[in-house]
Design a protein around this ligand. Structure first.
Ligand code: UTP
Length: 291
């Protein structure tokens, strides 16, 4: 059982990041020197995924262009002898990686976006990555999706990435509850979308990484609209729970919520500090700031 396909839902409206997202998807916002979507695609590739399925909305062009060949740019860099930059440009899409695009005509919710990719996924397990959650694996360790693929190989069931969230933030997440299998894994018995802290079944919030079995498509299709009038992925997973095992996995690493301005700024500062070329100079700059 391999996870060879990943869905990247990139059709949301990105209202929390206006005006930057007025005419471009938030997934194209750069953190240091790469757009968010490229971090997510690289994470999926490192986990063994080779078929990348983008569910796009009205701003689809920049994402398609980013993963396409840029012939004039490559020729110009080659003629100028800029081999390192040429490599940077070419490495965005390795030869053995396939990019496929499907349109979500209306942003009816994350569950609906995933459902739009059903025919392309077919009857096999698949990953879902929300690129506005930028995930950085532990230093020298594996990326978050790769950790999840290993859990999937062992348990052969859907795996949701989770983390403890502050009680006052349960309203921002899908929240799971269940029995601990070990220190990192919970056998999920309940999942609720964006509960108020008083009714949240736990403080384990789902981050934007999932490995799902194809049975979830049927469940999403049969759910009524959920929180916010949207077709929610969480409700589809709640349906799946009645038929199959679903595990929540406490991933190792750090998540930046780049769908919010604060999280995006934090990611930029921390990833710039960790950048091999930019880091030292940027650290000096920050230290000299009179704050
Ligand atoms: P968000 O909940 O962050 O929604 O979606 P959003 O519309 O992008 O952003 P805000 O809240 O208005 O600022 C989570 C992920 O699901 C995708 C988004 O692109 C994002 O990656 N999504 C959401 C879709 O592709 N389609 C939808 O209908 C909703």
């Amino acid at each position: 059982m391999m996870v060879n396909k990943a869905i990247f839902p990139v059709a949301g409206l990105g209202t929390r990041f206006l005006p930057a997202t007025k005419a471009q998807p938030k997934e194209m916002l750069p953190v240091v020197d790469k757009p968010l979507i490229q971090y997510a695609v690289e994470e999926a590739y490192a986990a063994g995924v080779r078929e990348m399925i983008f569910v796009t909305g009205r701003h689809k062009r920049p994402i398609e262009d980013h993963f396409d060949m840029t012939f004039e740019l490559e020729v110009a860099l080659e003629q100028a002898g800029k081999r390192e930059l040429l490599e940077v440009v070419r490495s965005v899409k390795p030869d053995d990686m396939e990019c496929i695009y499907v349109r979500q005509a209306q942003a009816l919710g994350l569950g609906h976006a995933v459902l739009c990719a059903q025919r392309l996924v077919g009857n096999e397990p698949f990953a879902v990555l929300l690129a506005d959650d930028l995930m950085v694996g532990p230093q020298g360790g594996q990326g978050v999706l790769k950790q999840m693929v290993e859990q999937f190989r062992e348990w052969r069931a859907s795996i949701l990435a989770v983390q403890e969230v502050p009680a006052e933030h349960t309203k921002r997440y899908g929240i799971v509850a269940g029995n601990a299998v070990n220190e990192q894994l919970v056998d999920v018995s309940r999942i609720v979308e964006k509960p108020d802290p008083e009714v949240a079944p736990s403080r384990l919030g789902v981050a934007g990484r999932y490995i799902l079995t194809p049975g979830v498509f049927h469940e999403i299709a049969n759910q009524p609209r959920g929180v916010g009038g949207e077709i929610q992925l969480t409700d589809g997973i709640a349906g799946l729970l009645r038929r199959e095992k679903v595990f929540a996995y406490r991933y190792e690493g750090k998540r930046y919520d780049c769908g919010s301005k604060e999280g995006f700024l934090q990611a930029n500062v921390e990833l710039a500090l960790a950048h091999p070329q930019l880091g030292p100079g940027f650290r000096d700059y920050l230290q000299k700031l009179d704050i």
